[in-house]
Design a protein around this ligand. Sequence first.
Ligand code: AMP
Length: 396
Amino acid sequence: MKVLIINAGSSSIKYQLIAMPMEQVICSGLLERIGSKEAKLTYKTADTDREETLEIPDHKTGFRKIAAYLLDVNIGVVKNIDQIEIIGHRVVHGGTTFSNTTLITKEVKDKIKALSILAPLHNPHNLEGIVLAEEIFPNANQIAVFDTAFHQTMPEKAKKYAIPNYFYNEHHIQAYGFHGTSHKFVSEKAITHLQKKDSKMISIHLGNGCSMTAIKNGRSIDHSLGFTPSNGLIMGSRSGDIDHSLIFYLVNTLDYDLDAVSTLLIKESGMKGLTGSSDLRDVQSEAEKGNQDCILALEMNAYRIKKYIGAYVAALNGIDAIIFTAGIGENSNLLRKMICSDMDYLGIVLDDSKNEMKSASLREINSNSSKVKLLVIPTNEEIEIAKQSYNLLRSD
Ligand code: AMP
């Protein structure tokens, strides 16, 4: 069965066609800069690697172009559009409504639209992707997989804010959590690897966005992102945790308006604000040359993660494994080393040579004496969306 995975953003569409249940990627690609005369479309299969620059005025034209590649007589991967039986859509916010992967109906679309108030930068584009996919692939089953769903198991004591109950009850203001598809994917891999279902683990997703999840017996019990994906860890350009009084100070004393505060904390802070670059590779290479701002930014980053590890070990009352994943988690042996240093009190001991080894598959990087398994697990949100979409239809 062929499953097409769609991740539609404000000016991009990321796609992958996956054969299930083999989890074999048939083709993948990305359309960027939708709305411009110089949009860029990539299309990759086992035999083809194409890149085209072309005018794509809107998402609809973009979807048509992707479909044309999939059906192309020479380099296409399907003979007709009906060979694609399932379309799995990434939807960022499922609010309290969606705790599971869901077959898309008119009611589901209405709810995703209503939830746009909680994710104005994501849900409207995810929904547009759904509506267009329905038009272009009318006979496929359309399925929504929500980033927030994995965190629906968080107990109230973890997800409620200590503000009057009215805001929780009437306005659904609470921590929702994000990166759920990634945390679910890697934690399931870890459970299989450890052969231990009743496990206590911490999953650390370090990419442009960064988050940590405390996972007990495969379920999320606490998470570092909250009502929006902006608090917790230091990220590429987001500050993570701050004292919220800083916002009042910026507005009342430094004459910022609220839009400027939002831009500052979401687009100009984090590693970018501290060093000038949001890309950890730049920060690391400058730190190696002795740049003090970059050295301190890396120390701050690792220190914040250490504090969350301590908090989650306490919340879990123990720890079997820590997972590192996403662009930084999978590739930065420097940051992993800084995070794991001086953590032997908690039974966390890194093996330096294992940590420095490069591999694209699951690997253990703890020393033999470490009580806690330290795992590097490549994430794959597309495979997870394909798996969940396929399993949903099979169980019907
Ligand atoms: P992601 O959002 O998962 O694509 O991750 C993007 C982040 O991963 C960026 O900050 C990159 O700098 C970082 N990254 C990618 N490759 C490496 C690497 N080899 N070493 C350090 N950081 C990396």
